[in-house]
Ligand binder design. Structure first.
Ligand SMILES: [Zn+2]
Ligand SMILES: [Zn+2]
Length: 145
């Protein structure tokens, strides 16, 4: 007999299949993996957020490094069409979609809700960086609207 509780599901934080259901997120091993994972992602974000305070034109040499994998959204964000370093990543981190996926991730995998801000870019910060970057408002509309 198939029991829903014993169904296996994949935990992308631990990178394993388990049949512990939602309780999985309270297991010590999972919590350990989660904290390692969040720390690693935060470091990656600080690379991106560096450009929040220091908007820089995107240089072709950096193009390959200018990729950002958003683990929460399972989405690869490249900067091929942006003129400024990490512009697409910054916009992604401020997007409604990202915040929604992040909340879902925290609900499913555990995590402290007041950490949410550490993994997003606020509308204020986004507006500030866009003001600095977009001397030409056309790009603003391309990215935001
Ligand atoms: Zn896990
Ligand atoms: Zn995302």
């Amino acid at each position: 007999m198939k029991n829903k509780k014993s169904e296996f599901e994949f935990c992308k934080v631990c990178n394993l299949n388990h049949n512990q259901g939602l309780h999985h997120k309270y297991f010590p091993n999972h919590r350990k993996s989660l904290s390692t994972f969040l720390t690693r992602f935060r470091n990656k974000l600080s690379d991106v957020c560096f450009f929040l305070n220091n908007p820089s034109p995107r240089s072709p040499e950096l193009a390959s490094r200018n990729r950002f994998w958003c683990f929460f959204c399972d989405k690869d964000i490249d900067e091929l069409d942006s003129s400024f370093a990490c512009a697409n990543a910054i916009c992604h981190l401020a997007s409604v979609e990202h915040v929604k996926n992040l909340k879902h991730f925290f609900w499913k995998y555990g995590g402290v809700v007041d950490q949410l801000n550490a993994f997003t870019v606020s509308d204020d910060d986004l507006a500030k960086v866009l003001q600095k970057i977009y001397l030409y408002p056309v790009l603003y509309f391309i990215l935001i609207v």
